[in-house]
Design a protein around this ligand. Structure first.
Ligand code: HEM
Length: 183
């Protein structure tokens, strides 16, 4: 993944747990202390960082990935890409429907990247079926964190239920997502 993703892992760890914890994690993972945002790194770098963070922080990978998803929205996307966030959607459902288009638009900046893809179907008001396609395994908890972060951003309450892979034949992770404006 592009260095900006690993940079964000570094940002989350140093802000929440301090520089010494980051030193333990990046040295243990055999990763550099910092990353070049616009340079692609092997996905193994990111997976190793998460694996080492599990060990050092004593937290499950799911919790770390979910926290990272929330942090990505609250501290990276909204701080550094606010215009893009604002132009991608006016609420959670609208934003998700346009997210593929947004990732495509930034392909000019990240020519070698492999963004995810989301197919969104409105089942009824406030209820979506979301199919998440990715070249990478295990990132569903990251997506959950991103959705929770988007909920905070759009002031909506988000909840979801995962649909078992055996319930459909598509090569994606399927979930039902409920969203409701906070009053
Ligand atoms: C607006 C700022 C955003 C930027 C600049 C951005 C950019 C990126 C970049 C560079 C990657 C790494 C892909 C690679 O290097 O191959 C990525 C991955 C990803 N992005 Fe975005 N993104 C943004 C917002 C979002 C939001 C709001 C979501 C919410 C669902 C999202 C969902 C994902 C996911 C799930 C991945 C992991 C890749 C995978 O699943 O295979 N992104 N994005």
């Amino acid at each position: 993944m592009y260095g900006m993703v690993n940079q964000a892992v570094r940002g989350l760890v140093t802000e929440k747990f301090g520089a010494d914890t980051w030193t333990k994690i990046h040295t243990g993972a055999g990763a550099p202390e910092n990353f070049s945002a616009m340079q692609p790194y092997d996905d193994a770098v990111t997976y190793n960082l998460v694996g080492k963070a599990v060990e050092v922080l004593g937290l499950p990978a799911e919790a770390i990935l979910a926290a990272f998803g929330q942090y990505w929205v609250s501290d990276i996307a909204t701080k550094h890409y606010d215009t893009m966030m604002a132009s991608t959607g006016r609420d959670f459902a609208d934003f998700l429907a346009n997210l593929d288009h947004m990732h495509q638009r930034i392909r000019v900046t990240f020519p070698d990247y492999q963004p995810p893809s989301f197919r969104v179907k409105n089942l009824e008001p406030g209820k979506l079926q979301v199919d998440y396609y990715s070249h990478r395994p295990g990132l569903l908890p990251f997506v959950e964190g991103l959705f929770m972060g988007l909920g905070v951003y759009f002031k909506e309450e988000i909840s979801f239920e995962h649909i078992d892979d055996t319930a459909h034949r598509l090569p994606c992770k399927r979930m039902i997502v409920w969203h409701k404006a906070l009053s």
